[in-house]
Design a protein around this ligand. Structure first.
Ligand SMILES: [Zn+2]
Length: 128
């Protein structure tokens, strides 16, 4: 029993360390990786962020009440000659005034379907 617990604990620590390395490789701040799936021509990386308090864009009050979630597909820089898509579990908050709004992400320009770094790479390709 005790050995089983130790084994489980070691496994958890290993998986935490492992997940930290993958996070560093991805290099997106505040993002946690849930799952990675490799397909023939693309890689899908399922990510999420921690909930935090947000200022309501309508009334300026602080809220951390989550309304719902939606998955958004975001194209990122290619990896191992494969397209990379981030599947972001986007969180929508609701304020006491009734306003509903999506979380803001630093790595994602508003309304865009690709990361800032992919946008920058495409821009560089145009200049060369
Ligand atoms: Zn509000």
């Amino acid at each position: 029993m005790l050995i089983d617990l130790k084994k489980k604990h070691r496994k958890e620590i290993y998986s935490q360390v492992h997940s930290n390395f993958i996070n560093k490789l991805l290099n997106l701040q505040g993002v946690k990786i849930n799952k990675i799936s490799h397909e023939d021509s693309f890689i899908k990386i399922y990510i999420k962020t921690n909930p935090r308090e947000h200022t309501c864009p309508a009334c300026g009050c602080l809220t951390s009440r989550v309304h719902d979630y939606r998955n958004q597909l975001i194209k990122d820089l290619p990896l191992q000659f494969k397209h990379v898509f981030l599947v972001l579990r986007k969180r929508r908050y609701v304020c006491s005034c009734g306003k509903r709004f999506y979380e803001h992400y630093d790595f994602l320009p508003r309304y865009n379907r690709m990361t800032k770094r992919l946008f920058a790479m495409n821009l560089l390709k145009l200049l060369v």
